[in-house]
Design a protein around this ligand. Structure first.
Ligand SMILES: [Zn+2]
Length: 147
């Protein structure tokens, strides 16, 4: 399935970051969840998502802010142990489909090894099926020795 078909189907009915199945969780924090991107730009592309539905970074509480800095710092360092370079991208605000933002729920991307940019093909990238995402999440956690 292509990413834009997935978005049209899923986003009509639900926010994909408000109900993340345990099988897809890489690491759960008090205020944030780390998971693999379902439609990755590249292998090992991960997301950091607040556990409550926030649209703007400015909505986070001081406690969430502290948690966020720690989780970003931890996962940037972890990714750098197996990738030579890593980028952090913030998706903030309502998606208006101009800048590659597609989900309103605030989230961060940690993307290794490639520059971050949008092209036309960005919308045509393949997405993981539920089964593939679960399998990839298990393999990713094993790589970082997480339970
Ligand atoms: Zn949400």
């Amino acid at each position: 399935m292509k990413y834009d078909d997935y978005l049209l189907r899923v986003l009509k009915h639900e926010c994909p970051f408000c109900d993340i199945k345990n099988e897809y969780v890489v690491e759960k924090w008090k205020h944030f969840t780390v998971l693999l991107a379902r439609a990755p730009y590249i292998k090992d592309h991960i997301l950091i998502v607040p556990n409550r539905h926030l649209v703007r970074l400015s909505e986070i509480t001081p406690k969430e802010r502290w948690d966020l800095i720690l989780v970003i710092e931890k996962w940037m360092r972890k990714m750098e142990t197996i990738h030579s370079e890593v980028n952090l991208l913030l998706r903030d605000g309502v998606a208006k489909w101009k800048v590659g933002k597609s989900i309103d729920h605030l989230h961060f991307h940690i993307v290794p090894d490639i520059p971050i940019y949008s092209t036309n093909s960005w919308w045509n990238r393949e997405i993981y099926t539920d089964y593939q995402l679960e399998k990839e999440t298990t393999a990713f956690k094993a790589k970082f020795k997480l339970k």
